[in-house]
Design a protein around this ligand. Structure first.
Ligand SMILES: Nc1ncnc2c1ncn2[C@@H]1O[C@H](COP(=O)(O)OP(=O)(O)OP(=O)(O)O)[C@@H](O)[C@H]1O
Ligand SMILES: [Mg+2]
Length: 227
């Protein structure tokens, strides 16, 4: 594995104003995640996983501390530059699958490629098919979302997150709505795609059964990093 650091968080704190004061959701988090690493962010409900993920993916700013993505300091970037960064260099997968219901699996992935600025041609068609095959859906390309299981839909969402070859994928609880066998399969898919394409993946979960797949585990408790 390479030594290049893709995600670097230094002393990240995040407090929210609440009646009568402030609530510290993150209390000085330090982390470094390398290129091509499949990292799991674990911790109980309310421990700060989503808050941290939003900050690392440039959607939110820390109250204190710095985030560097591929050595670039996020604080220095305009909103416009952040949007560009998210669209071209990042992929996102969420708990509830949000495929476009009127497009089939292939079209959903192709649409994502187009949104990321990719041109549609023979090569892009090859790439879309390749991603769907890699997530084990080579035989589901023309299925509509309503014709697929939850796990299959989530794997289309993974193909969609990888198709434009981002540097980093953020996946917040992508397995929460799946049974344990499918959750394990989806997690393995992330791991394999991350390895094959050298993409950094940060996935949150509190499912201890999935930890074995991770190259690195970062654990939060009440806004602090405990491992
Ligand atoms: N906008 C906000 N205003 C006030 N408090 C907030 C806000 N967003 C999050 N919090 C608080 O920060 C803490 C961390 O929330 P966060 O959503 O990051 O937890 P989580 O680890 O993702 O939990 P889950 O596993 O349930 O998704 C929680 O106590 C939450 O109530
Ligand atoms: Mg959360």
């Amino acid at each position: 594995m390479s030594e290049k650091i893709m995600i670097n968080g230094e002393g990240i704190t995040r407090s929210f104003p609440v009646p009568g004061g402030e609530f510290q959701a993150l209390k000085g988090i330090n982390l470094k995640i390398g290129e091509g690493v499949f990292a799991i962010l674990k911790g109980r409900s309310g421990s700060g996983k989503t808050t941290l993920m939003n900050i690392l993916s440039t959607l939110d700013d820390p109250t204190e501390g710095e985030v560097y993505l591929d050595d670039e300091r996020v604080r220095d970037l305009s909103q416009r530059a952040r949007e560009n960064l998210r669209r071209r260099k990042m992929g996102f997968v969420f708990q509830s699958v949000s495929l476009i219901p009127s497009l089939n699996a292939y079209q959903n992935v192709e649409f994502a490629l187009r949104m990321a600025g990719g041109r549609i041609n023979k090569q892009s068609a090859y790439r879309v098919e390749e991603c769907l095959k890699k997530v084990g859906l080579g035989n589901r390309m023309t299925h509509m979302p309503s014709e697929m299981s939850g796990g299959e839909q989530q794997r289309v969402a993974i193909a969609r997150a990888f198709v434009h070859r981002p540097s980093i994928i953020f996946a917040d609880e992508p397995t929460a709505e799946l049974d344990s066998a499918m959750a394990a399969r989806v997690t393995e898919t992330f791991k394999r795609m991350s390895r094959e394409e050298n993409i950094t993946v940060l996935m949150t979960t509190h499912d201890v059964g999935l930890m074995g797949a991770a190259d690195e585990i970062i654990e939060l408790e009440s806004g602090e990093r405990i491992s």
